[in-house]
Write a protein that binds this ligand. Structure first.
Ligand code: TRP
Length: 336
């Protein structure tokens, strides 16, 4: 039986951090064994807010190198760059013309980002979820693994697919396959080091709030030493009054590869003075092999480019027929 397909992506903006690794990429590494995985760099999405052209290509290579360094196997999975396939932008345009404006105006992420941009809100920011729908629907995935914050975008994707199928297809032969979201459990969410109630995020202005995957050992150690804690003695999971304690224990659990019960028993009587150095040491050790591989990949541009070229070909073989099917359904003539 053919493997089911998954598809997901990350925007190449700023450095990837522990949240990207533990919350997303690490799950893909597991999933790629059972699923035909399509993983990409969303560089068209990266310009929906002001960006630096001098860094865009480099940041895109960095995300590709991070995927591979974290264990995504280019022999097994398809790794590609969104902007290398014009089908994404093209399908997004076709979707634009069937998507009601008010579906986009109520997107939570749009409203949050628009507030931050002030006067400088582009049509691209509003249109972001339509492009994301194109990213997804082009590849006919069975499942789309994403974080809780992307749930609304996945629902919109399904709505767009259903609307196109309803308006231009027939029940017997739908034009687009409607995918299912695979939302990871809340526990896999890595929180900020400065506020245990906030997600670890690239867009947090404080560097201290996150651990970047490329942070050197002394920076990791310093950030963990300064991480917000509380005056309580003894450490335990799942206490709503101690979100930082839960987050740091969870990080230790994931990075040490231990079970929750093991960590709970090991740390029950520890104070922060004992736990923080242990977490720092564990984090440094877990990231060392990833960093070594990342640096080697970044030093071999030719190899990375060859992976992305193959990825583009494999992605095109799936995406272009889907785009053609949609264009046919909308009544476009096929050029000779
Ligand atoms: N919006 C996603 C995020 O910020 C990134 C993304 C773009 C994506 N296109 C996608 C994720 C398609 C999954 C599928 O995390």
């Amino acid at each position: 039986m053919a493997k089911q397909r998954i598809l997901s992506g990350i925007q190449p903006t700023g450095n990837l951090h522990l949240g990207n690794y533990l919350g997303a990429i690490r799950n893909w590494v597991e999933l790629q064994r059972e699923y035909d995985a399509f993983l990409f760099m969303a560089d068209l999405h990266a310009i929906t807010v002001p960006h630096d052209p001098k860094r865009l290509a480099e940041d895109t290579y960095k995300v590709a190198a991070t995927y591979i360094a974290c264990g995504i196997d280019p022999e097994q999975s398809t790794i590609f760059v969104q902007s290398h396939l014009s089908a994404h932008a093209e399908l997004a345009w076709l979707f634009n013309c069937i998507t009601p404006l008010n579906w986009l105006e109520r997107m939570i992420q749009f409203k949050e980002k628009a507030v931050k941009q002030g006067e400088n809100v582009s049509i691209g920011l509003l249109d972001y979820p339509v492009l994301q729908a194109a990213d997804i629907l082009l590849y006919e995935p069975d499942l789309v693994p994403v974080g809780e914050d992307q749930k609304q975008h996945l629902e919109l994707t399904r709505d767009i697919a259903n609307r196109l199928n309803f308006q231009y297809g027939s029940e017997a032969s739908p034009i687009l396959k409607v995918p299912e979201p695979l939302i990871r459990e809340a526990g896999a969410r890595v929180m900020s080091l400065t506020d245990g109630n906030k997600k670890m995020s690239k867009s947090d202005p404080s560097d201290q709030s996150r651990i970047d995957l490329t942070d050197p050992p002394e920076v990791i150690t310093k950030k963990i030493k300064r991480a917000k804690t509380d005056p309580e003695r003894g450490l335990w999971f799942d206490d709503p009054a101690r979100p930082e304690c839960h987050n740091l224990l969870s990080l230790y659990m994931l990075l040490a590869g231990k079970s929750k019960a093991e960590v709970a028993a090991e740390c029950r009587e520890m104070g922060w003075g004992q736990f923080k150095p242990l977490l720092a040491e564990t984090t440094v050790a877990a990231l060392a092999p990833i960093q070594a591989k990342f640096n080697a990949l970044m030093a071999d541009r030719g190899y990375l480019e060859s992976i992305l070229k193959t990825g583009r070909e494999k992605a095109g073989a799936v995406a272009i027929p889907t785009l053609t099917r949609v264009k046919d359904a909308l009544g476009y003539s096929t050029p000779l």
